[in-house]
Write a protein that binds this ligand. Sequence first.
Ligand code: ADP
Ligand code: MG
Length: 701
Amino acid sequence: MNKSINVTEIYGSNVFNDSVMRERLPKKIYEELKKTIENGEVLNSSVAEAVATAMKDWAIEKGATHYTHWFQPLTGITAEKHDSFISPLGNGKVIMEFKGKELIKGEPDASSFPSGGLRATFEARGYTAWDCTSPAFLKEDAGGITLCIPTVFCSYTGEALDKKTPVLRSMEAINKQALRILKLFDDTETTKVTTCVGAEQEYFLIDAKDYKKREDLIFTGRTLFGAAPPKGQELDDQYFGTLRDRVAAFMHELNIELWKLGISAKTQHNEAAPAQHELAPIFDNTNIATDHNQLIMEEMKKIAAHHNFACLLHEKPFAGVNGSGKHNNWSLSTNSGRNLLDPGKKPHENKEFLLFLVAVIEAVDRHADLLRLSAANPGNDHRLGANEAPPAIISIYLGEQLEYILNDIENGQTITSSENVNMAIGVSTLPIFKKDTADRNRTSPFAFTGNKFEFRMVPSSASIGAPNFVLNTAVAEVLEEYATQLENTENFEEALDKLLTKAVKEHKKVIFSGNGYSDEWVKEAEERGLPNIANMVDATEAYLKDENIALFEKFGVLTRDECLARAEVKYEKYGKVINIEARTMLDMAKKQIKPAVMKYAGKVAASIKSLEDIGIDSSVQRELLEKITFNLKAMDSKINELEAAVDKAKYMDDMVERAKYYNKTVFAIMSELRKPADELELLVDKDMWPFPTYADILFYI
Ligand code: ADP
Ligand code: MG
């Protein structure tokens, strides 16, 4: 591979970005479009017409033959329906055409996407509508080059059927409320506040050859069987380790493809678990970051295949080994260039910062159930609240300095915080730098890290849409209340101090700096009254609560029907995923593990017989065969139990009841079936085991 590439040249080369638009659109059109993008003004059809033509010309020059409305249905992955640009002329020839109305609106057949009952079956139509705030881009693959137009996806009656629409709505909501606050601080410059996100993406890379031999990975994305390997991650020798060549080649190609898409892939390193890695782009506005994260996941899967890898995005592909997540780094920034979560040099005097900080704390405490819901998917149940996982309790880590400040605020004292101190490493040749105001606490699900909050519960395979629209809406609500209380007060300073003191008093219970993975914390959190919602099915209830629906309705982010529909989609999805997992397990247990074990048992039995025929001690073989038989019987009885449970679920009509049954019963039997099967893996001749083991997969790339 040619490694000398000109990054600045390829960066964004597949994006119809601002500089391309400035260059290719008539000045007036460009300015009109910018008004829509920046101020949300309605787009008129002549602008759309001109943009469509320029976009098409640009795409065709770059080799595109097709265009697609690219959208993010509730499946959590992206969807596209390709149309070619050709338009017949009637003389056997064609021209390449793309009209404004094709840019603005599409009508994919929506019936194959989940709608949670929003789209009655007789009216299967759904619409996609151009989201001009996220730039169009070109996708290159074996099928050619396609112009992709980011769109929202909604029903015939206008209800959101996707992940993007509520993100856009929530960004408008928080913008409006944050501007009210800034006005109180005499900020006359800022006209727009945007939430920004940098989503660190964790993933596993394994050999495609192993992947193809494991039905569980193919059908469910995770291993359903597998004994622990002799070496795990206990030596921590993988974290930040040197990248192996093959992995490095994958990352190199991935970076190039992402750079072409204007995605600023910046850091990459090995993660804690063997075969686990991470990629972080530089943060961007939430809508674009959400789109980019989808593209990152798609590109990872695609490019892995080029290098004979399989990329696993599942939250817990291997039991007993670190899981994968996404760290959703979130902040508020103004179009006047300020980060509202930047504490500055003297955070204790920075009242504006303290207001936004306290607002986030209050929002997170009030809506912990919604945040937990936003991070719920079947895979994350293994990462949160399960056996080897940290508890699913939402708490905030602030760091010592900010905790002191909040303490002072709570007690109504003048704040006397120290400034940042220099970091002493003890080597005089090293540069001196300031210590971060917040140290790291890796066990916290929601940590303040210097000038942003890092929500770390987010599942690795899911869209970051939900965590962000929940966070944006929750913070918008608190800002709205603060603004209402502070506007028209006689003495702003005094009113603000009072407000902050009250908020800290009421919501400090969500702040926790200890070990979030400890059992003591589970107890303490319960005493503090913090919710601990262990699984996706229980988490989904948050969508059905009146106060949560009222929150989303108040800020125009989701209607009641949209909330109920999203709950329905989650319940359905949970049942479907567990059903697939259970059936895959049954298939592997019955058709792969059992036959292999029986074959081996037969061999051992034969050897016992021949040893005894010649009068030699066969006690070792007997003991082995007994152990094998014991586990085989245990496995067999669990196979029967699981089959009966899966069958029973089929006849349950009530969606919630069915999801609960899958969670409490089917899922529990699956773990019980796994135990004897994993024992058998340790007893049976390695050459006869029917699929690659954890050690094969994780340590032999
Ligand atoms: P970590 O040490 O947690 O792995 P990284 O530096 O790898 O941190 O990633 C941090 C992420 O946070 C990056 O995506 C970065 O762009 C993003 N980030 C940095 N500053 C901000 C900010 N102000 N708002 C949102 N995200 C930010
Ligand atoms: Mg991080």
